[in-house]
Design a binder for this molecule. Structure first.
Ligand code: SAM
Length: 403
């Protein structure tokens, strides 16, 4: 499909969205000009998602859930969060302490986890949320205010990571939203793909002239070159000239910072992704970077700025390496299907007393479990510190040897 065909199937932006998008594009153009005419893709993605008051996650569109741009596992079904809660209960029984959720979206997972833990008499001392999006934090407050007082009184919002924490840290689909670099393999080496103004937008403009960005290839930064060397060492066959992909070098500092506060317990990551040698497969020639707008996925990250999501699959080998460097142990790595089955999702469906309810839950479970839906592409990784608790979610499958 050509870019213009892809664009033509996307719904048009509302006037309000167009104005918002133009404001963000103007801000990115000013940043780019001030930086000398180009930006790394990582910086561009950071501005597109997190520029204060303008970026996709910093401003007010619906984003996650029904009527939003994409749907995550906790939004598909509370069964996902109830399984997560069961895994948390096993850890909390040993460590005590709290749950910290990073990037809590609409707050639906927090509500379902707390409700399930209350049913199991395994409530954490508190349920802390660290959310970079003020808009999503407001949605979370609204939703969690509806919980019964003994649950809602345990929820707190943090502005930064706590100094020390015992218990569980949860991050569902957060790593895929970290800005990444883009690169292209050429016959004589790797090029970093940065962002420039296209020739028309480089001309003098009026405030309403559409701003278009384009691609610019240059020598890679040292960090990107190192990351590419790690990729080339991991893949079974050389990547062909023209092969374009992305790499998130922010994973390591992110894991290091998050793990620093974990005195004892589990960091449980769930996201779509692969071990490195599968991620950078020869046939995946355009990488995994995707945009989501009103439920449609496409690959044009230069349009709809500020009103569409941009994300990339997670290289779980990079996560595991970062965790080991931070003194954590990789205690499990499994597909979402194996994790949920290990946590007893079938039992949760069977427990529903009404037949209609059972049928509804069975449909939701299928969506979470089936390989062509979310069951295979999504993975869970358990990173532990000082934790010798059997983890039911990782009892059925162990993919760690693929990392
Ligand atoms: C794709 S959404 C997932 C939301 C939610 N976890 C879910 O599964 O529905 C990504 C979330 O991560 C948040 N986020 C991005 N970077 C973050 C960071 N460094 N720390 C905490 N949250 C972050 C975003 O604001 C957003 O809430």
């Amino acid at each position: 499909m050509t870019a213009s065909t892809r664009r033509s199937i996307l719904p048009p932006l509302t006037l309000e969205e167009q104005a918002h998008s133009q404001r963000l594009a103007t801000h990115i153009r000013e940043t780019l000009v001030a930086a000398g005419g180009s930006l790394s893709f990582e910086r561009f993605m950071e501005l597109a998602l997190y520029a204060p008051g303008l970026g996709y996650y910093s401003a007010g569109s619906a984003k996650v859930g029904p009527g939003g741009d994409f749907v995550t596992a906790p939004e598909v079904s509370d069964l996902f969060s109830r399984c997560i809660a069961r895994q948390c209960a096993a850890v909390l029984t040993r460590t005590g302490g709290e749950i910290l959720e990073l990037g809590a979206g609409t707050g639906r997972m927090a509500a379902a986890v707390l409700t399930e833990l209350a049913a199991q008499h395994a409530l954490p001392e508190r349920y802390a949320i660290l959310e970079v999006s003020a808009d999503l934090a407001a949605r979370q407050r609204e939703r969690l205010a509806q919980l019964p007082p003994p649950l809602r009184d345990r929820v707190v919002w943090l502005q930064r990571l706590p100094e020390r924490l015992r218990g569980v840290i949860l991050a569902n689909e957060v790593a895929d939203a970290l800005p990444c670099h883009r690169f292209r393999c050429e016959a004589d080496g790797v090029r970093e793909l940065g962002v420039v103004l296209d020739t028309v937008s480089a001309e003098p403009v009026t405030p309403s002239t559409p701003i278009r960005f384009g691609e610019h290839a240059s020598a890679p930064s040292l960090g990107l070159e190192r990351a590419c060397d790690e990729i080339f060492a991991a893949v079974p066959q050389p990547l062909p000239p023209g092969y374009t992909s992305e790499v998130c070098t922010r994973i390591a500092p992110w894991i290091a910072t998050v793990s620093e506060c974990l005195a004892q317990g589990l960091l449980l990551l769930s996201d779509f992704g692969l071990p490195r040698r599968h991620y950078y497969h020869r046939q995946r020639v355009t990488g995994t970077l995707r945009c989501h707008y009103k439920g449609l996925a496409h690959e044009d990250h230069y349009i709809n700025l500020g009103v569409q999501d941009i994300s990339a699959w997670v290289d779980f080998t990079r996560v595991a390496d970062a965790a080991l460097a931070a003194g954590l142990q990789v205690q499990g790595f499994a597909t979402q299907a194996a994790f949920l089955l290990g946590c007893g999702i079938e039992q949760l469906v069977a427990q529903a007393s009404e037949e209609v309810e059972r049928a509804r839950l069975a449909g939701e479970a299928r969506r979470l479990l089936m390989p062509e839906e979310m069951g295979e592409a999504f993975k869970l990784m358990a990173l532990g510190r000082d934790l010798d608790v059997p983890l039911a979610g990782f009892a059925l499958q162990d993919l760690r040897q693929l990392l």
